[in-house]
Design a protein around this ligand. Structure first.
Ligand SMILES: C[S@@+](CC[C@H](N)C(=O)[O-])C[C@H]1O[C@@H](n2cnc3c(N)ncnc32)[C@H](O)[C@@H]1O
Length: 293
């Protein structure tokens, strides 16, 4: 009898916890949802995501007359911040997710700052150095998560004028081989119901992303610059990369294992065996500009 009652009690509590969690989830703001997504995959993220070609940073630096301070927003583990730091005296990397920042790549010229949603716009301005202080703002694979009008107003406030530069980029497809790419496409199709709607900007290569800044020849609103990110990728690295997709995490939360054993096997065969390291290219898109004066 006692066992039955305690089981019932346990079931009841489990049910209540589920309801509370569901209610909490329902009341979550968009930003909280985003932070949650990236907290869960923070470990995979560091190991799986690409850093960006050095030439991108030289090009951006060449277009920035003063190079005292840069701000990398949605820095994650500092994937872009450490590249920017090769050209700027000081870089501030900020992120909503503490878990991502805890795994950030240390660099003597990069300072990572947690920017929770409770901070006001003025708080952020002063944390990154004040109005008119930042020479380059970068956002790598993240701006599509932001509330664009308020973020763009923030960027316009902190950028040094004239001269300060703002650059955003994303990557979507990965090109591996004629045998592998159709399998990837099939897998990608299965993830579609689980993406946040704003990821549509990434799928269209930032073609529809609003970007009201003065073009500097590295992509402009409606016409992003197409670039490749070459990478030597192991099969394990590939699996970690797709495993770090927010849609895969969301699906898992809903009880759907998109990256299941059968899928992994199919990927492995098309890859050419799990020990093979392949030269792949991520398809990337950049928009860069200055504040219109
Ligand atoms: C896909 S990751 C990109 C990380 C890194 N920049 C890179 O290139 O790999 C997106 C990052 O944006 C952060 N993020 C999402 N919304 C944010 C916001 N409103 N403010 C600051 N960071 C945000 C997430 O926590 C996550 O670390």
């Amino acid at each position: 009898m006692y066992i039955i009652n305690s089981r019932l009690l346990a079931l009841h509590f489990a049910h209540c916890t589920k309801l509370i969690k569901r209610k909490k989830k329902k009341n979550q703001t968009r930003g909280e949802k985003m932070a949650g997504l990236f907290e869960k995959q923070a470990d995979d993220y560091l190991n799986a995501r690409p850093t960006y070609p050095k030439e991108w940073y030289s090009k951006l630096a060449a277009l920035t007359p003063r190079r005292n301070l840069a701000w990398d927003v949605g820095t994650g583990n500092g994937q872009a911040a450490i590249g920017v730091a090769e050209h700027f005296d000081q870089v501030i990397g900020t992120d909503l997710s503490e878990a991502q920042l805890q795994r950030a790549i240390p660099h003597p010229r990069v300072r990572y700052i947690h920017t929770p949603l409770t901070l006001t716009e003025n708080d952020i301005v002063s944390k990154v150095g004040g109005e008119d202080s930042v020479d380059l703002v970068t956002v790598a694979q993240a701006v599509h998560w932001f509330d664009l009008p308020s973020f763009y107003s923030l960027v316009s406030r902190v950028l040094h004028k004239p001269g300060g530069l703002f650059a955003v980029w994303c990557y979507n497809d990965i090109e591996v081989s004629p045998a592998f790419d159709p399998i990837m496409k099939k897998f990608h199709d299965t993830t579609m119901p689980f993406w946040d709607p704003n990821v549509k900007y990434v799928f269209d290569g930032y073609k529809t992303l609003p970007f009201p800044f003065e073009s500097v020849g590295l992509g402009s609103e409606g016409d992003p610059l197409a670039l490749d990110i070459p990478k030597e990728l192991s099969f394990e690295g590939f699996l970690r990369m797709v495993g770090s997709w927010s849609a895969v995490t969301t699906a898992k939360d809903q009880g759907v294992d998109l990256l299941n054993g059968k899928m992994v096997k199919e990927f492995e065969n098309a890859w050419g065996g799990s020990n093979l390291v392949r030269s792949v290219a991520y398809k990337a898109f950049m928009l860069a500009g200055k504040v219109r004066l």
